[in-house]
Design a protein around this ligand. Structure first.
Ligand code: AN0
Ligand code: CP
Length: 317
């Protein structure tokens, strides 16, 4: 595998899930595969889980790991071509990328949506430049429009907990005080539809996701209706995806917070969230602390999704 930015890059999802479960059963079985290989993890944005789980995954494979927080200690990087660089940015991505590529074998990159320029975000300008100019396999650790390592971990978690062949999986929007990207919900829908689940998206009017990510899912603006009979509830906030009001927060309606009344409408559903989560905005304390909450095993599976992807990249070097 030379790139990992969407579900299309993983090939057959069910064999990828089987491989991930093999990795989970014996995560040190490939500890020689990464000998003398170096992973560079590059962060333009904050992270707790992605940083630790991906580093751990690479260490399980015997790799060396370098982590760079671009905004803390590196030169500020210009990302647009043709700009007269007379501002605060000392270096251009077009030099920085091949330089960084020369020090490593695989690159992982986190670069969130700016939420100001929809075309720039939806063309995945930053990650695409890394794919083009680094000369290395590149995987997304959450880019502008997708978070595939998260969605892969989410699908692994659902496979481990489902009791029906085709569970009803509900992605529900929930309120949040700040504007968040659409990357997590976009990937969650892409991957759960690819896994063959009955996928329903519930969000307020004006918050529909970009249709290129939601093919195969049912959409509703009625959260209670979506919750009825659900087997998995996946809560997430996102800002407006549509060109009008792109990146804005139009609604902070706390009637969308996931609480025990709504969970009681489901078929004893599991609760999921990618974390970090704002309690009592997205989900109440009692729901996230309940024995149906999967947020911790879900986060633990981030090590497994990352290891499966890095393993495939190492095997293709
Ligand atoms: C980010 C987001 O919503 O995309 C990262 C989630 C994994 N969340 C925040 O910035 C709070
Ligand atoms: N879920 C997730 O990607 O968390 P971090 O932002 O902490 O990496």
């Amino acid at each position: 595998m030379r790139k990992f930015t969407s579900v299309a890059d993983i090939g057959d999802l069910h064999s990828a899930i089987r491989e991930a479960l093999q990795v989970k059963a014996d995560r040190f079985a490939w500890e020689k595969l990464g000998h003398n290989r170096t992973l560079l993890m590059l962060f333009f944005n904050s992270s707790l889980r992605t940083r630790l789980s991906t580093q751990k995954a690479a260490m399980n494979l015997g790799m060396n790991v370098m982590v760079l927080d671009v905004n803390q200690g590196a030169w500020k990087l210009e990302t647009e071509r043709g700009v007269i660089m007379d501002g605060d940015k000392a270096e251009h991505l077009l030099e920085a990328i091949p330089v960084m590529g020369s020090y490593c074998d695989i690159i992982g990159i986190r670069s969130f949506a700016g939420l100001a320029d929809r075309d720039a975000d939806y063309s995945e300008r930053v990650v695409e430049q890394f794919i083009r100019y680094s000369g290395r396999p590149v995987f997304s650790m959450e880019a502008a429009t997708g978070h595939p390592l998260q969605a892969f971990a989410d699908v692994i978690t659902i496979e481990e907990h489902k009791t029906k062949e085709r569970p009803k999986v509900v992605l529900t929007w929930a309120p949040h005080p700040r504007a968040l990207p659409q990357a997590v919900p976009n990937s969650f829908v892409e991957w759960t539809v690819a896994a063959g689940y009955d996928v329903v998206i519930a969000n307020p009017e004006g918050y529909d996701l970009d249709p290129r990510f939601t093919r195969g899912a049912r959409l509703t603006h009625d959260q209670d209706e979506a919750f009825r009979g659900a087997d998995f509830i996946y809560a997430k906030n996102w800002s407006v995806a549509q060109p009008d009001n792109y990146g804005k927060v139009l609604c902070t309606d706390r009637s969308w917070t996931v609480d025990s009344r709504k969970m009681a409408l489901t078929d004893n559903a599991f609760f999921m969230h990618c974390l970090p989560v704002r309690r009592n905005m997205i989900v109440t304390d009692d729901v996230i602390e309940s024995d149906r909450s999967l947020v911790i095993p879900e986060a633990a599976n981030r090590e497994i999704s990352a290891q499966t992807v890095i393993k495939r990249m190492l095997e293709a070097l």
